[in-house]
Structures are given as C-alpha cells and as structure tokens.
Design a protein around this ligand. Structure first.
Ligand SMILES: [Zn+2]
Length: 327
C-alpha cells in the first residue's frame, strides 16, 4: 500500500485523530487555561453557510473546555493555526518535505497538492519552523568527538553591493557553520555573518561540551578556542591535502563534509533562490532530516511524526511578502 493512501492524508477526521494522538498523547488539554479535565468533543458543529458550501463545513476536532468554556481544536497555538488549509493537506506537505532528501520546492509542493504558490510557500516555511529543534543540549558529552566546519554558497544579501562589485569570494557569500556530534549523528547549523573568532567562539562554547574532542580543519578561527576551551582539539590540514590524520584515522571532518554535500545539492538543485533572510529555516530543514535519518533509526513516517510533535508554540509572526498591511 502506498504511504499516501493512508486515511489521514485524505480524510479530515482521520487527520485530526492522528495529529491529536501525537500532540495530546495523554488526552487533550485546554490551550487557554491548561485544564485537562472536563474537556468534551463538540460533534456535528458546522461553519456558516457560504456560496461554495451552502450547508457549511463540518468542524472537525472541535473541543470545549468545561473549565473556561472556550472552544478549540488541536490546531490552536501551533503552526497549523494560521492557515485555513485542511489538516490532511498539511500532513501531505509534511510527509513530502520530510521524505525528500534534498527538500521540495514550494512550486513543486503547489503543483502536487493543488494549492496556490503563496499557500505552498507559507506552508513550507511553517513546517521548517516546526523542524527547528526545541532542545539545544550541547554536543560531545561523554568525551565524544564533535566536528565543526563551515561552508559557503549563494550571495549574502547583507553585504553591500558596493563591496560585492569589487570583492569576490567567500566574503560575499552566505556562510553556514555546522557541528556534527559523531556519537549521536546529530547536526546543528548556524547562519553566520562572518568567520571571525568573536562570531564563531560563542557558538562553539554554547553548543559543545568542554570535555569534547573538537575536530576541525586548520582554519585560524578554531585555534584559540580549541586550545583554551576544549579537552582536546585536533585538526587536519586541508590546504595540504590532508583529509584524515596519518596516524589517527578518527581525526577528520569527513562526516560534516558529507552533510554539506547533501545540503548544497539541495540548496542548488531545489531551492535556487533562497534569500539570506530565510536561510536559517532552510538550514533547520536540512539539519532536521539529517539528524533524523534512516541511519539514526528514523524512517519517513517517524520523521513526519517528530515534526508534528514540534509544532506547538512555533507560530510564525512574519507575513507573506504581499501581506505588508499587517506586518
Ligand atoms: Zn480552558
């Protein structure tokens, strides 16, 4: 049976039941007063009649809190709240974004789901927001190895064009710093404005345990921090074609290079026109899929479920580019 033929992808009541089972594993709670008791379902409620739906539309998953008397559904307070798209369409979009290794463009999403380009753009950015990790526990506990490296691509829109005209190279490009915890296989990436020690050091210190073994290339911006802050810092000399240390095969940054290659293929092939402003969300998407990959024991379905589990409290406040009135 095709994954997409499962009921929750085309039946709204099933979609609600599925999302509720993930967000409310111990039963519903009221998003207004936090009550878990006296919450009862309201069945058979319909929306007001409209031209398109003269008899109204059934309001699935509607609940009422006996404590504060307010009504809500599981969408309340989540990324699902701001869109009128049916929940089963959301589930299709989440599945597509979670199962495509290099991502899926909003144009493609619009065609596949038969929704407008604007809706697809809106939807995919909210899903990316849900993919952003809630826990930021430091990497490299139990004296584990953590690889750190940076990659460049596209044009950093924050660099004045006056400068890009005369100066080429990395300075004008978007810069992403990534860390991989080799033990857990998790990756965490940051869009950075430059590669100065003042920029890099706080990220390393906040996200890597002191007891860790830090592995980088020979770049200067890792040296002082590596020496002063971490138990051990080892580097390979990429400029001299050294990729793995001669005597210590575990000293390398090949794991992170592998991650960058997936990331760059996706950014070039799928998301060609990504602005610097939204880059951190694309980065979160690639990080999420990589950290929750098959090799780490997470299949497509589980990955989608983990995304849904993180939708709470992730409402975005920014608007679509054409919705400047309320921005
Ligand atoms: Zn309540």
């Amino acid at each position: 049976m095709s994954v997409l033929s499962k009921k929750r992808f085309h039946d709204e009541a099933a979609a609600f039941a599925y999302v509720e089972s993930i967000i409310w594993p111990e039963g519903p709670f009221c998003p207004f007063c936090g009550s878990v008791e006296k919450i009862y379902p309201l069945t058979g409620v319909r929306t007001k009649p409209s031209k398109k739906h003269p008899e109204g539309v059934e309001r699935h998953g509607l609940k009422k809190c006996g404590e504060c008397r307010k009504q809500f559904t599981v969408r309340k307070g989540t990324v699902f709240e701001e869109s009128h798209l049916p929940l089963h369409i959301w589930l299709q979009a989440i599945h597509l974004l979670c199962s495509s290794k290099k991502g899926i463009s909003s144009h493609q999403l619009a065609r596949t789901l038969d929704i407008t380009g604007k809706s697809a753009w809106f939807l995919s950015h909210r899903i990316r927001e849900a993919m952003r990790p809630k826990s930021m526990a430091p990497f490299g506990s139990d004296r584990g190895a953590v690889e750190a490296d940076e990659t460049f691509f596209g044009t950093d829109e924050n660099v004045p064009t006056k400068e890009t005209k005369y100066r080429r190279g990395a300075r004008n490009m978007n810069k992403v710093l990534s860390l991989v915890d080799r033990e857990t296989g998790q990756v965490r990436s940051f869009v950075v404005k430059d590669l100065k020690i003042n920029t890099i050091e706080p990220i390393l210190m906040e996200n890597i345990e002191r007891e860790a073994l830090l592995l980088t290339d020979e770049a200067l911006h890792y040296r002082a921090t590596g020496r002063e802050y971490f138990r051990m810092h080892r580097s390979v000399n990429h400029s001299e074609e050294e990729w793995v240390h001669k005597f210590h095969p575990a000293w390398h940054t090949n794991t992170i290079e592998g991650y960058f290659s997936i990331f760059k293929r996706g950014m070039r092939g799928v998301y060609q026109h990504c602005s610097t402003k939204h880059l951190h969300r694309y980065v979160a998407e690639f990080d999420f899929r990589y950290s929750n990959r098959i090799k780490n024991g997470v299949d497509d379905e589980e990955r989608a479920e983990r995304t849904i589990a993180q939708v709470i409290g992730k409402r975005l406040t920014y608007r679509r580019p054409d919705e400047t009135a309320n921005a």
